[in-house]
Design a protein around this ligand. Structure first.
Ligand code: KG4
Ligand code: ZN
Length: 347
């Protein structure tokens, strides 16, 4: 089965073609980062308009790159939530219209399920069951994953998502959007131990997160270190490192707890923040401390938003016989636990 995948939930237009026999055949991405950079964050209306501009050219590009004739495409998978409603509607309308014209099915996919299963596109995919840490611009969640579509939320952020905290702290440090990669770059020049940031909610049991206090801590530290409106570049790098370390350690502590609670040996990390090297290193150290444990993540371009993950999940769901009618429905908010299981196995 050959699937065209379309991702337009936020500020990247992602399109890909995935084939269940031959794997990923083509993948194209247009990032709107430059468009939103002047505003320090995503402007929803601008995002929607840019998806309109890029979606069809990118679809043509992946069709050509994969050498696919339109008769070889069996179905279209598109992100139907969660995300920005206008941006989602663009992808859904294009996917449904094209599917109608080509007389093939179209299926709406959950964006976070896409992220969570993106590591399945790698040469060594994880095996069920596992604990998944989903860390993106909009979500920080720990999920018990028993099989395809069998998800149990174990914990989540009570306020800001990890990526959001990176983005907001980066803005305070005068760095460009998106803040995660910018903080990671600056942190490389930071001196360890100059500032100690809190590890929120690690002093009590449970798997929930809170990152808004860390953001406030960044603001206060910057204010304390600013003299006559200026802050030393080295001090900025020290703050970036202290912030990144605090987020990475907090996430690692909660992942360790989730593994202990479930007894699972496999941890999968996904979403934009899972591209962070400091987080990966800390998690790997924690995983290596107990034999039999394994850590999985996707290549960097499949950690952030992309069409390949949507094409992959679409393929799994369509092969399981899932269908939907022609009505265009998007869900800006959509709990991952409401997804339908797509295999018969019980764990
Ligand atoms: O998954 P994603 O591309 O989009 C959403 O679904 O939100 O995640 C984007 C988020 C942004 O907040 C960005 O700053 C963060 O992921 N991010 C990173 C890194 N790369 C992207 N955060 C920390 N370190 C990185 N290397
Ligand atoms: Zn995403």
């Amino acid at each position: 089965m050959r699937i065209l995948g379309v991702e337009t939930s936020c500020d990247e237009t992602g399109v890909a073609i995935y084939d269940n026999h031959h794997g990923l055949l083509a993948n194209a991405l247009y990032s709107q980062i430059d468009l939103h950079a002047d505003y320090g964050g995503v402007v929803p209306e601008l995002a929607s308009r840019d998806h309109v501009r890029w979606l069809l050219p990118l679809i043509k590009q992946v069709m050509a790159e994969s050498g696919s004739d339109r008769k070889e495409i069996d179905a279209i998978a598109y992100t139907s939530g969660p995300g920005l409603i206008g941006a989602l509607m663009v992808g859904a309308a294009v996917a449904k219209s094209l599917a109608f014209a080509w007389q093939i099915p179209a299926l709406g996919i959950h964006h976070m399920e896409g992220h969570m299963l993106a590591p399945m596109l790698e040469a060594e995919p994880p095996e069920f069951p596992f604990v998944a840490l989903l860390v993106s611009g909009g979500h920080t969640q720990l999920v018990e994953v028993c099989g395809l579509g069998r998800y149990q939320l174990m914990g989540e952020s009570l306020d800001d998502a990890a990526g959001e905290a990176f983005d907001k702290s980066a803005k305070m440090l005068g760095l460009d959007y998106p803040g995660g990669p910018a903080i990671a770059r600056l942190a490389k020049q930071g001196r360890a131990g100059q500032f100690i940031f809190p590890r929120p909610m690690t002093d009590r049991p449970g798997l929930d997160f809170s990152f808004s206090g860390l953001k406030t801590f960044t603001r206060n530290t910057i204010a304390q270190q600013t003299q006559d409106g200026l802050i030393e570049p080295q001090v900025k790098a020290d703050i970036a490192l202290a912030f990144e370390t605090a987020v990475a350690e907090t996430l690692t502590i909660k992942c360790r707890r989730a593994l202990e609670q479930t007894g699972y040996k496999t941890l999968v990390i996904a979403g934009g923040v899972s591209a962070n090297l400091s987080l990966r290193e800390r998690l790997q150290q924690m995983i290596d401390r107990e034999s039999g444990r394994k850590l999985f993540y996707a290549r960097p371009e499949f950690c952030t938003d992309n069409g390949a993950m949507i094409a992959y999940v679409g393929c799994q769901r369509l092969m399981a016989g899932q269908q939907e009618d022609l009505e265009i429905v998007c869900r800006p908010r959509w709990p991952i636990e409401e997804l339908t299981p797509i295999d018969g196995e019980q764990y």
